[in-house]
Write a protein that binds this ligand. Structure first.
Ligand code: C5P
Length: 290
């Protein structure tokens, strides 16, 4: 019997800045994140005990290496739940892509189990639990558009971008976030995002301003290691991408365009060059997380 189904949308970074390295090994970040209409679906079925997981993707582990599995284990342990759950992940978000797919799956499990087991947890409490699983999970619990600071858990909601299309192109290789942060030399960062300008552009629903202010310091690490990311960016711009950036630690590149026709042109221009290409709608403003 299917009990609960939860949507787990991908996120992109409109800006990403790394402020400094912390004593605990993490970095203090300052970034603007927004959800896009590319989502996994998580079906949760109550069982008598234990946790089991299946997925439509061959690329995700089915045990406690999977963040969604760990989310269920955390809830069971923290609240002393004897019942079990079967998690079925219908995977649509590329894996190890810089799109927070695994974090969003985990957030969806937290939200779904909160309902299934009547735990009565608030969004803030779910986000705090999420931080125990990964830095992007709190944002994935709340969704929408927000400035994320600290490890990623200090969230300030923002107006979402105006309606537009987002082209996502994922090179064949995955990228390890830990390796990218490990290779980042803060003293070498040349260009930092202008957070105020991005916030202003979002407040004014200024599409061109958003495009002009897209900026991610992690490009300086990932692009030299994976030149295909730069080529993808160049190609996206050539075919009509109005604002183009790598998301998170990469390697996915996204392009923003206003018109559907342009979105089609960019997608066609990338086919043959990159196998995983999607054109989806920006969805920060819509309720993405139910
Ligand atoms: O929190 P999460 O497990 O997603 O982070 C993965 C890795 O990314 C961490 O082990 C760390 O190396 C790096 N990271 C960081 N600072 C952050 C978030 C992530 O250094 N704020």
């Amino acid at each position: 019997m299917l009990d609960i189904s939860v949507k787990a949308p991908a996120k992109i970074n409109l800006t990403l800045d790394v402020l400094h390295r912390r004593e605990d090994g993490y970095h203090d970040l300052e970034m603007v994140m927004t959800t896009v209409d590319l989502a996994d679906r998580i079906d949760l079925t109550e069982t008598s005990s234990g946790i089991s997981l299946e997925s439509t993707s061959g690329f995700v582990p089915h045990d406690d290496r999977n963040l969604a599995y760990r989310a269920a284990a955390l809830i069971k342990k923290r609240f002393g739940i004897q019942k079990g759950v079967h998690i079925h992940i219908h995977k649509h978000i590329p894996v190890a892509a810089g799109l927070a797919g695994g974090s969003s799956d985990a957030a969806a499990v937290l939200k779904g189990l909160n309902r299934m087991w009547d735990l009565g947890l608030s969004v803030e409490e779910l986000a705090a639990l999420g931080l125990e699983l990964g830095s992007d999970v709190p944002f994935c619990v709340t969704g929408g558009t927000a400035i994320a600071r600290g490890r990623g858990e200090i969230l300030t909601p923002l107006p979402s971008p105006p309606p537009c299309w987002v082209i996502l192109a994922k090179p064949p290789h995955g990228v390890s976030t830990a390796e990218v942060f490990g290779a980042l030399r803060l003293e070498d960062i040349r260009k930092r995002p202008d957070l105020d300008a991005m916030v202003e552009a979002l407040r004014n629903q200024d599409f061109d301003g958003i495009c002009r202010n897209l900026s991610n310091v992690l490009e300086e690490v990932t692009i030299p290691a994976y030149p295909q990311v730069r080529r993808l960016k160049e190609r996206m711009i050539r075919f009509g991408g109005e604002g183009v950036l790598m998301s998170g630690s990469g390697p996915t590149v996204f392009g923003l365009v206003r018109r559907e026709n342009t979105a089609k042109r960019v997608v066609n221009g990338l086919r043959g060059f990159c196998r995983q290409v999607y054109a989806v709608r920006m969805m920060g403003g819509l309720e993405a997380n139910t």
